[in-house]
Each structure stands twice: as C-alpha cells, then as structure tokens.
Design a protein around this ligand. Sequence first.
Ligand code: HEM
Length: 144
Amino acid sequence: MTPRQKLLVQATFEKAELNADLVGELFYRQLFNLDPGLKSMFKTDIDEQGRCLMRMIAMMVKALDYPDEFQRLVGELGRRHAGYGVGGRQYETVGKALLWALEAGIGGQFTPEVREAWTAFYDGLADSMQRERAAEAGQIALRL
Ligand code: HEM
C-alpha cells in the first residue's frame, strides 16, 4: 500500500463508520447472495457479527499507522479464522462483499482510486491472515 492509499482507506472508512450498522448488514446480505453456502458457518447473530466486523476493520485501519500492532491483530485474527475453517476462495468472496458494502455505504466518494486503495488493503490483510493459517498448519504437522 502506498502512503496515499493508506490515507484514502482511513478517510473513507471514517465515512463508512457513520453508517456502520448498515454497512455491516449490507456486507452479510451480499456475502450470502454471492455464496449462500457460507451461511451455515456463522453461528452468531448476524447483526452482532456485522458490528463485530466493522469494529475489527476500524481497529485495523487505525493500526495501519502502527505496523507492529497491525501484524499482531492480523496474526490473531488469522489464527482464529483458521479455527473457523476459513480459507482460499472464501477470502475472495468476502473481499468482493466488503468492497460492495463499502461502496454502498460511501456512495460517490468510492472512486476508482479509493477502490484500488481498499483492494490493496484487503489483499494485504487476506494474505497475512492466510499466512498465519499456513504457519499454523505447519506447526500442527510438526506436532503430529
Ligand atoms: C479478511 C477480513 C476478515 C475480517 C476483518 C474478519 C473479521 C471477523 C471478526 C471480527 C469475527 C468475530 C470473531 C473473531 O474476532 O474471531 C469474525 C468471525 C468469523 N468470520 Fe471473519 N473476518 C474476515 C474474513 C473472513 C472470511 C474470508 C470468512 C469466510 C467465510 C470469515 C468467516 C468468519 C466466521 C465463520 C466467523 C465466526 C462466526 C461465528 O462464530 O458465528 N471471515 N470475523
């Protein structure tokens, strides 16, 4: 991510947060439209899950200014998601639903440049989370 992309993500997320509940709700609606099979993975009430997702993204967007804190958050989240059985193509589907929900929440300010910035942010996040998953799998293999 370039420094400008980081600023664009931070500034546009502030706008999305004004409609946090709506963005969270739209995210899950779109996610389950794209892949209805994912529904059964979620046990928590979906409104609460939407709020939880937005809070986590808020922490990560702020942590972009603190790389060590960012890595810690992503590492822990990646390990928990490995435990939920999340992987591969599901990350792509979640990325698509997230960008769609952010665009719906922010409206006209979601310019092509903002989309690129969010794509860079999400791809970096998804890669790091999956690296944690791979590291975890490696450790399990070593323990066996
Ligand atoms: C990459 C960005 C993602 C973020 C920021 C994110 C965020 C979160 C958060 C904050 C939670 C609440 C529990 C916890 O903190 O562990 C959670 C749970 C969960 N997430 Fe994600 N997640 C992401 C990607 C994904 C993907 C790709 C999937 C695949 C479908 C997924 C599926 C789940 C499931 C199944 C749960 C547990 C729900 C439950 O127990 O009801 N997440 N996620």
